[in-house]
Every structure is written in C-alpha cells, then in structure tokens.
Design a protein. Structure first.
Length: 187
C-alpha cells in the first residue's frame, strides 16, 4: 500500500517538510510504501478556468500536475502539508487545490479511482493552536467534495525558524504515530 506526502511549503528542509517526513516515516514503519512530492520543485501552472477538465478529466496544460494526479490515483492515503501564511494555506497548496477540479465530473461526481483518506500537516509561527482552527476546518471541507475522506491533522505551532520543529519532541512523536496509523489504514 502507498502513502503520498505532498509538501506545499516553498521552504526546503523547513518545519513543514520535517513534520511531513516524520508522518511518512511512521507510515513506512507500519509497512506502507511512501512517496514525497515537493510542489515548489514542480511546475504547476495556475488553473485557467477553461472547464475542459470537467468534461474530460484531462487538463489542457501539460505540466507536473499530471504526475501529481497520477500519484494520488496510485496512492491509498494522501498527506498534505502546508505552512499557514496570512491565515491561509501556502500559495503552492492553493494552486494545487484549484487544479484538482479535474477530479470532478460535470455532475460533481468524483473521478478518484477509490475513496482515499486525506490527512493534513500544518505548521504555523503563531503559538496559539486554536487561532486558525476555523480556517483549517473550512479549507479541509474542499477535499470530501472531491471524493476524499478526512483522516485527521497534525498541527505544529510556534514554528517560525526553519528548525523550530526539532525542539518539539511531542509533536514529532505524535506525527510519527499518526503516520503509523495511516500506514495501518493503507494496508
């Protein structure tokens, strides 16, 4: 079984990547095969809103989003990681979300090849874990509309410096355990 981790942080080897990789390591411990994709290292263009994908399931743009969607279809569990910037997901995740419209038919039915659990990894500089909760709850509602099932979230607060997550042993341990549980789902 396979877990794909999709990293929406523009920062290399930062808090989001470290936390997401910890989740994936837990999944591997549980027997899952994992794949890590860094959106900032891929060419994913803005959605043009042309609607072609709604009719065909294929995008008119030839870019790396084709590979991302193929990897999602080949995975059993998806883990989406993003820092919170200005009360929102990163720009990379927003573009990714817009481009997922190809997963819906004109009748708003999912094109996913199976029901897939999706989990979330969030990092934020602000130390208040409840501050962005209404936004996180709201943005996660997009994914069931596309055919995913919500599988939970890991949230790290107070992560402004690139390595701040490394001082949060409890959060890292929780992320690893979370990944183990996702790996059990993926089997």
């Amino acid at each position: 079984m396979k877990i794909i981790g999709i990293d929406g942080s523009p920062r290399n080897d930062g808090n989001t990547e470290k936390l997401l990789r910890k989740v994936l390591a837990g999944g591997e411990e549980a027997g899952a095969v994992t794949e890590y994709l860094k959106l900032a290292n891929l060419t994913i263009n803005y959605c043009r809103g042309c609607g072609t994908c709604r009719a065909t399931g294929e995008c008119v743009m030839q870019d790396d989003m084709d590979h991302v969607v193929e990897s999602i279809q080949q995975s059993d569990v998806i883990v989406l990681g993003t820092p919170i910037y200005a009360w929102q997901v990163s720009g990379n995740i927003k573009v990714f979300m817009d481009r997922l419209c190809r997963l819906l038919t004109p009748k708003y039915e999912s094109r996913l090849n199976s029901s897939k659990p999706i989990a979330f990894v969030y990092t934020q500089g602000n130390p208040d874990a409840d501050l962005f909760k209404p936004y996180l709850d709201y943005q996660e509602k997009v994914y069931p509309f596309l055919g995913f099932t919500l599988a939970g979230r890991i949230q790290a607060t107070g992560t402004r410096g690139k390595d701040d997550i490394l001082a949060q042993e409890t959060t890292l341990n929780n992320a690893y355990s979370f990944g183990q549980n996702l790996g059990a789902v993926a089997r």
